[in-house]
Design a protein around this ligand. Sequence first.
Ligand code: HEM
Ligand SMILES: [Cu+2]
Length: 551
Amino acid sequence: MNATVITPDLPELEPPRSFYTYKSGLGSWLLTTDHKRIAILYAVTITLFFIMGGVAAAMMRINLVEPQGALLSAETYNKTFTFHGVVMVWFFLIPSIPATLGNFLLPIMIGARDLAFPRLNLMSWYLFVIGGCFTIACLLLGGVDTGWTFYTPFSTMFSNTNVILVAVGVFVTGFSTILTGLNFIVTTHKLRMPGMTWFKLPLFVWGMYAVSLVMVLATPVLAMTLSLIGLERIAQVGIFDPALGGDPLLFQHMFWFYSHPAVYIMILPAMGVASEIIPCFARRKIFGYEFMVYALVGISVIGFLVWGHHMFVAGMSPTATLVFSILSFAIAVPSAIKVFNWTATLRRGRITFEAPMLYALGFVGLFMIGGMSGLMLAAPALDIPLHATYFVIAHFHYVMVGGTVMAYLGGIHYWWPKITGRLYSEAWARFAAILMFFGFNFTFFPQYVLGYLGMPRRYHAYPPQFQTLNILSSAGASILALAYLIPVVYLGWSLFRGARAGNNPWGARGLEWQTTSPPPKQNFLERPVVQKAYAYDEPSPDGQPASGATA
Ligand code: HEM
Ligand SMILES: [Cu+2]
């Protein structure tokens, strides 16, 4: 008797192995269509870009220790800040949270297996890398000295550097942004699991959705602007050059029509991250959920109407100046609603200060300082003397580095146990977060004062009375650099040696905490249970008790 057992083929049910052990080898990563692996690919690449941008920042800060410039010639200094700006904006900040945390978490948070278009997702990463290669090639071939804003007529008529190469790099990356945005929009519309209604979505998903709309609508304008710069440089067609009948103001309108919304591409995801972390460590559902959603959407819409505040001294009409000023004040309203609601969530919460919470609180504080100084700049009477000074540098670093980078790191720490299945050293993580907050203020607060005293930006040398504050700022920058290095060490350690994290180490709510850590390739082994967002007042499906904090 031969009793052969015929096992039925079950192609759907893969063994419950995590997404990064189910297959190995470089090829399985470089050709993956798994949104979780693509998120890791992005995380690795943007970290490399952050390091390159950081080296450029260090060179600038070393140079500015001495009034006559300690390290770089004027020309090299110009190329250094251009490279720093281009890399940090397009190759770090814009992709940071959406491409890494968004890619990893968006499908899981809505109960889907992947994004709507997995192959397009992989292609977005390749476009990103190709764009990055152009930018690095440009650096190796001598660099660009126009600043990351490429203002004409300098960029088109006078600069004899590789403007076109870097424009191509940014142009190609733009496609990556657009495709990611489309993918997120379609995924959020089509792949939510049954029961996951729009108003049960976590605010992180709302943040990804809002930012995707901005990405898809704004980035094409950047692509056009960069193409026109190229055309003007090569063929002198007379779009921007007044001698040929063009208008340099047109360039600024086009550039900022993209680049102001782009700053919201950087900050909306950060708001999404903070809105996950704060309720979790306050053990309380977020205050005013609906208002938080409307505020996100409101910011995305008004974000398209305020670009002119970058051009108050460029020669706009007084009427345009007035309108842009008023609209810029208007955008403070939804931003203030968000800060108010985070604060209200904290009130009467049972707060604990784990590392992700420290980063999130750091984000809220620094974003507020950055935002308030933005209001000052939105008043033309203040902007006219402060424009193109270090006050502006301080303003956008408070928002982008104090805001987005802090939130990004907060998110990395919060979801680290989910992504890797491991815990990191809480003591080191708290230490790094506090050191970073301190180092950050030490670096950038003196720059507000420098700007107020009249030190212009983009100069490699300066009058001696500005030296003390510059030394302070550079000293702070070295502390900040150290604070960025520490997480690299303990997170790297955690990756190989960290204790097992378990599925839900923070006792958090949300579908991503109902699957294993790290998640299996298909995201869930069992069907997760949808609750309303931030149901900290109810027990969670995985057995975590209700928090008891007052709602
Ligand atoms: C880590 C410490 C950092 C230091 C010490 C630093 C320092 C500087 C300096 C000295 C400038 C040039 C100012 C000028 O001469 O006009 C600058 C410009 C800029 N930085 Fe940073 N930076 C840091 C981090 C970052 C990060 C993380 C980002 C973005 C994520 C960023 C984005 C920018 C941008 C967009 C500019 C404008 C460039 C321009 O206007 O041409 N920086 N930074
Ligand atoms: Cu703006």
